[in-house]
Ligand binder design. Structure first.
Ligand SMILES: Cc1cc2nc3c(=O)[nH]c(=O)nc-3n(C[C@H](O)[C@H](O)[C@H](O)COP(=O)(O)O)c2cc1C
Length: 330
């Protein structure tokens, strides 16, 4: 049995305890809307670089655009300078953000070493404190943070940063149970997330390697967390967050989706990409999603090869229908 969870209060918003993880290049407006077709799920932007936001980079500004149905609108900011992050927080609020999230978990070299942001901020607790303070003061919006266990095995200081965050009035912590040095290797340590949960009184979400009801149950049990965040397992399965929400809030176990719904979901997602990006760019982005949607299906390899060569979305539509026609319903 899973321990049943209540909704979480973040500022004035009561939200389900299962969040979609931000994933750069994946969780754009089109994907987030497709996740929310299945039920209310808190979603956030991909990481938005504070500097690019303040330079009004067109691609970044597009990331700050939300559909009216996306409530609350959560913006994730990445950067290292407290004042610039505070200015970007104000700009996000002006664009309609309801909640802010600070990225203290990104391990990518360009961010964590090049820009000394993301997970690198965990190495400097006094800078982390200044950032929390500056962003909190910049707007009345609730501020949350997403972080890792620490920089590496020798510097697992997430509990310290969590206490600082709580002291600065942050509303929610999200912990990916790996260090920066691990990137995505090894196993997320949900027990270590539990130690951080014990260090604070604000809600904590456990993140990392949750793939299905069984791993959701195990992660919640090991960490004692108030909710969970799920990323990679949603690729090609945008219905999963809502299934896990029903599982952790009502004890309803997920069942496989009929192929007709999976096919319609794929079409809807790709159509949204076209609306968002235009046909040419959508075709490029759609290819990776089509690989994920076809994963585990009979004749997926043939489909992928055809989709990869396809010159138009009409061609892909046809291949997709052919693929789904070859599948048996679960
Ligand atoms: C392709 C990709 C892009 C990501 N981009 C972001 C990001 O923009 N911001 C962030 O906080 N985490 C990002 N992450 C990390 C995820 O949000 C999440 O913490 C991580 O994937 C672990 O959760 P999972 O095992 O459920 O995928 C990204 C992960 C992946 C795989």
């Amino acid at each position: 049995m899973v321990r049943l969870l209540s909704s979480l209060q973040i500022g004035k918003f009561s939200v389900p305890p299962v969040f979609l993880a931000p994933m750069a290049g994946i969780t754009d407006q089109a994907f987030r809307a497709t996740v929310r077709d299945f039920g209310v799920i808190p979603t956030m932007t991909e990481m938005v670089a504070a500097e690019a936001c303040l330079r009004r980079n067109p691609k970044t500004l597009q990331m700050l655009r939300f559909s009216s149905e996306e409530t609350p609108k959560i913006v994730q900011l990445v950067g290292k300078d407290p004042d610039r992050l505070a200015e970007a927080a104000k700009a996000s609020a002006d664009q309609g953000a309801d909640i802010l999230n600070i990225n203290m978990g990104c391990p990518a070299r360009k961010i964590a070493q090049g820009a000394a942001a993301g997970a690198a901020l965990m190495r400097d607790p006094s800078l982390a404190k200044q950032i929390f303070h500056a962003v909190r003061r910049a707007t009345p919006l609730p501020v949350t943070v997403k972080m890792r266990l620490g920089w590496d095995a020798q510097q697992k200081n997430a509990s310290e940063i969590a206490r600082i965050a709580e002291g600065e009035g942050l509303a929610l912590l999200i912990i990916h149970g790996r260090t920066r040095a691990q990137f995505y290797t090894g196993q997320a340590d949900w027990i270590a997330v539990g130690q951080i949960k014990k260090a604070v009184h604000i809600p904590v979400l456990v993140n990392g390697d949750i793939q299905d009801a069984e791993t959701a149950r195990a992660a919640l049990e090991a960490s004692g967390a108030d909710g969970l965040m799920i990323g990679r397992a949603t690729l090609g399965a945008p219905w999963l967050p809502n299934q896990l929400k029903l599982f952790v809030q009502q004890g309803i176990s997920p069942t496989p989706l009929p192929r007709e719904i999976r096919l319609q979901t794929t079409f809807r997602h790709i159509n949204r990409l076209i609306d968002l990006l235009g046909e040419e760019k959508a075709l490029f982005v759609a290819r990776k999603h089509l690989c994920w949607y076809s994963r585990g299906q009979a004749h997926a390899a043939t489909f992928r090869a055809r989709a990869h060569r396809a010159a138009s979305l009409e061609e892909i539509w046809q291949y997709l229908e052919d693929l789904f026609a070859l599948q048996n319903d679960p």
